[in-house]
Design a protein around this ligand. Sequence first.
Ligand code: GLN
Length: 197
Amino acid sequence: MAPQTAIGVLSLQGDFAEHVTALCRTGVSPIEVRRADHLEQTDGLIIPGGESTAMAGLMDSYDLRKPLIDYAQMGKPVWGTCAGLILLADKIIEGRPMPLGLMELAVTRNGYGRQVDSFETDLIFEGVLGGPFHAIFIRAPRVHQVGKGVEVLSRTQDQSIAAVRKGSLLGTAFHPELTNDLRIHQYFVSMVEAVTK
Ligand code: GLN
């Protein structure tokens, strides 16, 4: 039998537990990643939503910044949701925190407003079949600009960018882990399996 795909969830801060649950429901074994040696046991990684400043600070305290950059540069798939997407970017308009700089994206944190401006909407997501995806945006980042080669996979009705992909990197401004719909987790699992199998 082929070894099971192991997907890590960066578990320093934020809603990593919800991603762990969603991955279990897709049938893959999640690994909570808090140290570089945990990362080595994984074939792909999810960076969850939460607070990008706190997560970036913890990433530095746990000496994970370089291992994470090396991991992505090796071609291992990484998916950032919300704060995770902010950390994948190479430019945060406000100037902080320092992101990982993996994807050519210019983002504004809380780009739709404050907690009270959080919203839910149905989206078409390229490559995800079965009709619209119900997307939850919570103090979501706004993506202003994408670099060459960054594909936009989904937009809101007002054309704001909701999901991006560049090769093995995936970013969503919303939180698929907060719904029962597993299709985007399955999409990411397929990205990881495409690299490992
Ligand atoms: N606004 C948060 C940040 O800047 C992200 C919010 C979220 O992940 N839901 O990091």
